[in-house]
Design a protein around this ligand. Structure first.
Ligand SMILES: Nc1nc2c(ncn2[C@@H]2O[C@H](COP(=O)(O)OP(=O)(O)OP(=O)(O)O)[C@@H](O)[C@H]2O)c(=O)[nH]1
Ligand SMILES: [Mg+2]
Length: 337
């Protein structure tokens, strides 16, 4: 082995096994190292990461996976803090992850998130990991999914995934979780308009947050309007009709009801076999998304390809190059990349 090769392979197979053992023993430093490994773009790291995932696979799948979405400022982080602390007080271990492909959350805003989740940030039974920084939605989602599995193998029994709800990120989070919670604001009609229909269709529950102080009557009104609207949509699951509740992440009101609903949903989907079926479908879908990411990667990383693509696009747009001929050209370059 040449020296260059040696530096390129810092994690040989036995190290992956040690990492897996440490991770399963609940060592947080090792968990963070594992996450760093799966977030790495280096080819040798990627192979180690895949080996790690395969080793840990039998020890995953046990957590209750909850996705949380809603407009900016609706109170997602505050709610995660309130719900999460309630759960750690019940001796559960919570992992908090995020999918934010816009990489809006760099530096300062990660800190802001931690202050929004002040209780959990200092809770030994909670593990908070910000969104992988930048990248395509597919890439960010794939890393978050694997991070979720690492957390499960490390013994966390509830995983809460926050998404900012930009682009298709809600869909990606709904695809990696068992229960999808949509937060809304008191403000009824307008709010209903503002929520994308596709997101409401994904909801396993809508919670009208900030139902405190003067907001309570408006929150109740909004909840009844959402309930009426949900009635019209065909439910996502034959075993579950999404309830609409009101809550206050600030005071903690409604957190217990929220959690009871999540448990009830889990019980029903488990006994009907829907949970296992849904997770199986998710796994296959993840595989395809990751493969797609992998196949497309040379388009983003290979220098020759990257520099050729804009020119090809211009030629296609100008009608000088047939799209089919362009595809042939790119495909040939891809096989050489
Ligand atoms: N009155 C009231 N304010 C709340 C409640 N929940 C959150 N807030 C406030 O709303 C603001 C936004 O809360 P966040 O938890 O950061 O909201 P978010 O949805 O995570 O926001 P982004 O991550 O930026 O999309 C903060 O000032 C919170 O204190 C609530 O239940 N009642
Ligand atoms: Mg937030």
């Amino acid at each position: 082995m040449t020296p260059t090769n040696r530096t390129a392979a810092p994690l040989a197979a036995p190290d992956v096994e040690r990492l897996a053992r440490g991770l399963r023993a609940g060592d947080r430093t090792v968990l963070s190292r594992g996450i760093t490994l799966i977030e790495s773009k280096r080819a040798d790291h990627r192979r180690s990461a895949a080996a790690l995932m395969q080793l840990l696979l039998p020890h995953t799948g046990t957590a209750i996976r909850v996705g949380i979405t809603g407009a900016p400022g609706v109170g997602k982080s505050t709610l995660i803090d309130a719900l999460g602390s309630m759960l750690t007080a019940q001796a559960r271990e919570i992992a908090v992850l995020a999918v934010d492909p816009s990489s809006r959350r760099t530096g300062g805003s990660i800190l802001a998130d931690k202050t929004r989740m002040a209780r959990l940030a200092n809770d030994p039974n909670a593990f908070i990991r910000p969104s992988p920084s930048s990248g395509t939605l597919g890439g960010v989602a794939a890393k978050t999914r694997e991070t979720m599995l690492l957390c499960e193998a490390a013994g966390y029994d509830v995983v809460l995934v926050e998404t900012i709800g930009v682009g298709q990120s809600e869909l990606a989070v709904a695809d990696m979780t068992d229960f999808f919670l949509v937060l809304a604001l008191p403000g009824a009609g307008d709010e209903l308009q503002a929520l994308k229909k596709g997101v409401v269709e994904l909801a396993d529950m809508i919670a009208v947050n900030k139902a405190d102080g003067d907001n309570i009557p408006r929150a109740k009104l909004a909840a009844s309007q959402f309930a009426a609207a949900l009635h019209i949509l065909s439910p996502r699951s034959p075993n579950w009709s999404p309830p609409v509740v009101t809550c206050s992440a600030l005071t903690g009101d409604g957190m217990q009801t929220l959690w009871s609903n999540i448990l009830e949903h889990r019980q029903r989907l488990t006994s009907s076999g829907e949970l296992a079926a849904r997770r199986g479908e998710q796994q296959v879908k993840w595989m395809w998304t990751m493969l797609e990411e992998r196949l497309f990667e040379p388009l983003r990383s290979d220098r020759t390809l990257k520099s050729a693509l804009p020119r090809i696009e211009v030629d296609v747009a100008a009608g000088r190059l047939a799209p089919s001929a362009a595809v042939e050209k790119i495909a040939t370059m891809l096989t050489r990349a």
